[in-house]
Design a protein around this ligand. Structure first.
Ligand code: FE
Ligand code: FE
Length: 194
């Protein structure tokens, strides 16, 4: 495969600007730049971090009907929770669109998009970076412990990850929301290895 060129980033950014609403596009730029900074800090490919950051929410501004029809058409499995709340499909559908519409075939980038909402046990550095950047990008204001987590992100990736998972789980439990099995699995994995 040919290496990714920086020109691709401009193209992807333009396309995302057209696809996403304003707020989501601002968030997307925040994630891409934050991911690039973390990539510098942890010796990860900066271009890959930017591409994954730019594309992570590419299916967020589709209608639920559209997300479901893409899944049906391309035999992407949906579980009960996803059928009830098709917003949850944006990571799965996003990783599919990254391949089909943006011609991204780097497995690490695809995984980073696929796993950006729940995480998964034993993530790659790039996957961790996108998961964390999504949470700490400058446009985020409301999460508790944000300052501490932002500092930690540049000090210890795994500890920052664990802090985010902890806060996410306690938030979901406090609001009585259903906790995705994978979020819990991810938390269990990273709390054991720290
Ligand atoms: Fe997302
Ligand atoms: Fe996001």
């Amino acid at each position: 495969r040919k290496p990714m060129k920086s020109a691709d980033i401009k193209k992807i950014r333009k396309k995302m600007e057209k696809t996403l609403d304003n707020a989501r596009f601002e968030h997307t730029l925040g994630v891409a730049y934050t991911a690039a900074c973390l990539a510098m800090r942890y010796d990860v490919d900066i271009t890959k971090a930017q591409v994954a950051g730019l594309l992570h929410d590419c299916a967020k501004c589709l209608t639920n009907e559209k997300r479901i029809s893409i899944c049906k058409k391309h035999n992407i499995q949906m579980n009960e929770a996803e059928l009830k709340n098709p917003q949850l499909l944006h990571a799965k559908v996003g990783s599919f669109l990254a391949m089909e519409e943006f011609d991204i075939h780097d497995q690490d980038i695809i995984n980073a998009i696929l796993n950006h909402t729940t995480g998964r046990p034993d993530m790659s550095p790039l996957e961790k970076i996108i998961y964390i950047a999504d949470y700490i990008e400058p446009g985020r204001k409301q999460a508790p412990n944000l300052t501490t987590i932002r500092n930690m992100a540049f000090e210890d990736l795994n500890r920052a990850l664990l802090m985010i998972l902890e806060d996410t789980l306690s938030y979901l439990k406090s609001t009585g929301s259903v906790v995705d099995v994978m979020t819990q699995k991810t938390y269990d994995f990273y709390s054991q290895c720290s």
